[in-house]
Design a protein around this ligand. Structure first.
Ligand SMILES: Cc1cc2nc3c(=O)[nH]c(=O)nc-3n(C[C@H](O)[C@H](O)[C@H](O)COP(=O)(O)O)c2cc1C
Length: 208
């Protein structure tokens, strides 16, 4: 299926076959491809916390408005951004890896690494939160497209109590939780949704 076809046909699915399992190899392959998504300065801050444990899923259910996909979907992923990815050491390491792989020379390695370090240096925590939100959201969309291409159904979710989720899953403030993604085999099609006419969302040169 083309990307266009997936976008036209995909729906958020809220009811899943709880007996259906997605193999860990399949999931790893989906995440591996999603991790190729564009990300700021290639600092690779996105983390995929896969919640397999049924007890943990049950604990998450009430703090996510009892949305059944939390417990019924084959896979539940907490999409996280890692604030430590902004550290100088990580930025230098990643650019060194690119150099060692032969993708650029020393001068481009140093230029890119220094540009990234300078870019983040003056940013506030709020700025960095936005940076993580951008990167994790792009990876999330890739994962949704890839999962749908592989024949699964998906739903992205922000309907949960972030503080309680972090407590239950022991997620420290090193990480920003951006959204949850459930993946599995749907047993009830997602309802159709409308979209604005394209002319309502395109502006040229100025927006009013
Ligand atoms: C960031 C984000 C958070 C969402 N959170 C929820 C959620 O908590 N529960 C839910 O049922 N749907 C959630 N949705 C799904 C949207 O309601 C859905 O994408 C929208 O209504 C359009 O429908 P469609 O995805 O089927 O095209 C979320 C979508 C996004 C992008």
């Amino acid at each position: 299926m083309s990307v266009k076809d997936i976008l036209e046909k995909r729906r958020s699915v809220r009811h899943y076959d709880s007996n259906y399992k997605i193999s860990s190899e399949t999931l790893t392959a989906l995440v591996d491809s999603a991790s190729k998504s564009p990300n700021g300065n290639n600092i690779q801050a996105t983390r995929y916390l896969i919640i397999e444990d049924a007890n943990l899923r049950n604990l998450l259910l009430p703090i996510a408005f009892n949305q059944q996909q939390i417990v019924e979907a084959s896979t539940l992923i907490v999409m996280l951004g890692d604030y430590q990815a902004f550290n100088k050491g990580n930025i230098i390491k990643i650019h060194e890896e690119g150099y060692q792989a032969g993708y650029f020379d020393e001068s481009l390695r140093d230029y890119l690494a220094n540009a990234a370090i300078n870019y983040y240096e003056s940013k506030t925590k709020e700025d960095l939160k936005l940076e993580l939100t951008r990167d994790v959201s792009l990876a999330s969309m890739s994962l949704v497209l890839l999962a749908n291409e592989a024949g699964f159904d998906t739903i992205t979710m922000s309907g949960y109590d972030s503080k309680k989720l972090k407590e239950i899953l022991n997620i420290s403030d090193r990480y920003l939780d951006v959204m949850l993604i459930a993946i599995g085999k749907g047993i009830k099609a997602g309802h159709k949704t409308v979209r604005h006419n394209v002319n309502k969302v395109i502006y040229k040169n100025e927006i009013i």
